[in-house]
Write a protein that binds this ligand. Sequence first.
Ligand SMILES: Cc1cc2nc3c(=O)[nH]c(=O)nc-3n(C[C@H](O)[C@H](O)[C@H](O)COP(=O)(O)O)c2cc1C
Length: 304
Amino acid sequence: MINTHFLNIELKSPTVLASGILGLTASSMQRVIEFGCGAVTTKSFSLDWRTGHKNPSIIPFEHGMLNAVGLSNPGIDEMVKEIRLFRRQCTAPVFASIFGRTLDEFGEVTRRAAEAEPDMIEVNISCPNVHSEFGQPFGESCPDTAKITQIVKKHAGKIPVSIKLGPHGPGIGKLAKICEENGADAITAINTAGPGMLIDINVRKPVLANKTGGVSGPAILPIAVKSVYEVYRSVKIPIIGTGGITKTGDAIQMILAGAHILGVGTAVYYEGIEVFDKLNKGIENYLKEQGFDSIEEIRGAAHE
Ligand SMILES: Cc1cc2nc3c(=O)[nH]c(=O)nc-3n(C[C@H](O)[C@H](O)[C@H](O)COP(=O)(O)O)c2cc1C
């Protein structure tokens, strides 16, 4: 009932591990699959190893999480090894999340990532916590979004590409359309929102060493649902609805807004990896109770 086709990929469930959470090693990715997760997305990786920002870089708060991890990753050589290992150990789909510092680097990382034969390449052009280093995210500029989509598609070969967008910039519907026109196969919406800031009232300074970071978790659910709704109206390619999904009702809202499959990140911190199983059972129960046989029957229903 909840198995899903996405870009000709068969997923046992519509819940997907979002990038940045437990996606650094084959063993951690395999573990989430054992708990009902339908596909895994790796942590975003670049050509070279990156340490990211200083600690504290992740702060949980009442309504979600603030992070300025700063795209730390072991670099492409290590990540290609982990993806290959995952593929040998597990039949579930794996999505390779990549980023580059320059437009050309996006092409090079894609070409190398494609050698590991992931089921999809997700292109992170929307991280909001590396402003100090990279400036405005590429995904807030229409020309850069178009160019990166073209470059990545050129180097990805037969592997499908999803462009990961954030809720900021010239309008997520407009950006998604640009991605589609330039060959993207899917859209992932959304990345963390912000950047935001939390201040420690005792030391009277920002809590994060980086001062600001991306906001995720329940606090951004309404922004994510609205973003997916807008993308669904703008494009025909499928959407990985991500942002704030913690409970069954959140997942259903995303599907009603138009999401094909569902990215889950921060909820893994709060609920543990059991969250995938809980969400899958919740979605199944909702469908049964409401008299539906499949997710397809309710996808995008909020638009009718
Ligand atoms: C600690 C942390 C690290 C993240 N790292 C990445 C990353 O490397 N690449 C990326 O595309 N998104 C990254 N994200 C964003 C998530 O993939 C997701 O888009 C966002 O957190 C919203 O979903 P959520 O509310 O379910 O967490 C990160 C999020 C968190 C909380």
